[in-house]
Design a protein around this ligand. Structure first.
Ligand code: C2O
Ligand code: CU
Length: 487
């Protein structure tokens, strides 16, 4: 809790003390959008695709004047886009060049717990880590980010993170726009607050108990970018890579666009909309149609989301994000297929177990995250239904490691169309019950937990997180090895 705004926990009134942000018309759009390079890889003797990632500190030029002290992966801010195909074995050679421990977590990936990159796989300062696994899930826009115990918000804010795109035969055969950086554009959307010396402000009154909410929006590290459009259809891979800010995306002329994929991959069919909200950690792939010679801005608009939540700080703002400038002639080779992916089908399964999760006061079910406490074990191969509720006046979302889930219902009603695909993170309107169905697949280790938590990073760091293990036949919840819960 910082700055001049006094916060009372749980009260809604507090948010009105914060000035509403409106940057429409104030953004120059004079810098080309930076596109994260595709990570280079080599093939190992066993046929695995091997990536080398160096975590480092450095200085980045975001604006005129002084450079900003930042962290990055194979660079000074953010990291390369990793790309691998379903069925491929991937290996990473990760070196932590920072002066303190950190980790890299593969958000949205199904993988063994020991490779997950969560708080139990911290890489010490100067240390290395070599995770490996076989990619076994449908094509999707996933991402990677630090997940070190109690300091995720700080490490993320300094600039660590990047996209991890999974490809498969279905998406390669589809006619969706797919030329990386040309008509298939990654967009990591983040807010930052700069101080007078162009350094990232770590504590500003804007966010209060949400953490930092910045007043400048960066896409792939570019403030106020433009994109020169050369094709009629463009796919945008949107990631809300912010610590706490919620975005309600839309275009300045309120045009309709097509949502084609959510966190875990393609929707069964495209959904046309004018607005789409994303909370921290969520991704969406949208396809936008352009006319020759036109210009339009991607913005974030105030949202009505969830009644009281819609009026929360950071979701009541109007922000200019990126300008699209269409060329006088546009090539036209892609299309939006009427049928995209396979619909989630866990609603037809009989869950073996139902659990409930109440998020309030930086805790889940009245408990704070503890490195050495495994909250429960789930059975390999089974389907569970988790009933999740946000029980206080702050925005929270809910993310589960290792799985993609199906949102069965929101307060007994069918979820909105954009929540009907595979998800790994979902925004929780206050007081509503979200029933999430998920199937736990293999990779058992009773001593190494996966996480579930709020993805507003300050909440996660303050303890709104728990741990579970995936158990094989006859196995019992184990004990976290002592060495793993030092911090
Ligand atoms: Cu994106 Cu547990 O995190
Ligand atoms: Cu939260």
């Amino acid at each position: 809790i910082g700055g001049s705004v006094v916060l009372t926990s749980g009260g809604y009134g507090v948010y009105y003390a914060v000035a509403k942000q409106d940057t429409v018309g104030k953004v120059a759009f004079d810098k080309a959008l930076s596109i994260p390079p595709l990570a280079e890889s080599r093939t190992s003797s066993s046929g695995a695709r091997v990536f080398t990632l160096g975590i480092q500190s450095g200085r980045t030029r975001f604006k005129a004047g002084a450079t900003t002290s930042t962290w990055g992966v194979n660079g000074t801010y953010l990291g390369p886009t990793i790309r691998a195909r379903r069925g491929e074995q991937v290996e990473f050679d990760i070196r932590n060049g920072l002066d303190r421990e950190t980790s890299l977590h593969w958000h949205g990936m199904h993988l063994p717990a020991a490779m997950d990159g969560g708080p139990h796989q911290a890489v010490p300062a100067g240390g290395t880590w070599q995770p490996r696994w076989t990619v076994d899930q449908p094509a999707a826009t996933l991402w990677y980010h630090p997940h070190v115990h109690g300091a995720t918000a700080d490490h993320m804010y300094r600039g660590l993170g990047g996209l991890f795109i999974v490809d498969d035969e279905d998406t390669e055969a589809s006619k969706l726009p797919s030329e990386y950086g040309v008509d298939d554009i990654p967009m990591i959307v983040q807010d930052r607050a700069f101080n007078g010396d162009n350094q990232f402000e770590e504590r500003v009154p804007l966010g209060g108990s949400l953490g930092v909410i910045g007043d400048e929006v960066l896409v792939n590290g570019t403030i106020g970018p433009y994109v020169d459009v050369t094709t009629r259809l463009v796919r945008l891979r949107l990631l809300n890579g912010s610590n706490a800010r919620l975005y309600n995306f839309g275009f300045s002329d309120d045009r309709t666009f097509s949502l084609v994929a959510t966190d875990g991959g393609l929707l069964p069919r495209p959904w046309n909309t004018e607005r789409l909200y994303l909370s921290p950690g969520e991704r969406a792939e949208i396809v936008v149609a352009f006319k020759p010679g036109e210009q339009v801005e991607l913005r974030s608009y105030p949202s009505e989301f969830g009644g009281t939540l819609g009026r929360l700080d950071g979701f009541d703002d109007r922000l200019d994000i990126c300008r699209f400038r269409a060329a006088a002639t546009l090539s036209d080779r892609a299309e939006i297929p009427a049928v995209l992916g396979v619909a989630p089908d866990l609603d037809g399964e009989e869950p073996v177990k139902e659990r409930s999760f109440v998020l309030a006061s930086d805790q889940i079910n009245g408990r704070s995250m503890a490195m050495d406490r495994i909250d429960f074990g789930v059975r390999e191969g089974t389907v569970e239904v988790w009933d999740v509720v946000n029980d206080n006046g702050f925005p929270h979302n809910f993310h589960v490691h290792d799985v993609q889930f199906q949102v069965l219902t929101v307060d007994d009603a069918k979820p909105e169309p954009h929540l009907r695909g595979w998800k790994d993170t979902v925004l929780l309107a206050q007081g509503r019950h979200y029933r999430l169905a998920m199937r736990f697949r293999g990779h058992t280790d009773p001593n190494t937990p996966y996480m579930y938590h709020c993805h507003l990073l300050q909440h996660e760091d303050e303890g709104m997180m728990g741990q579970f293990v995936v158990l094989g036949e006859g196995e019992k919840v184990g004990v976290v090895p002592q060495a793993h819960h030092h911090s």
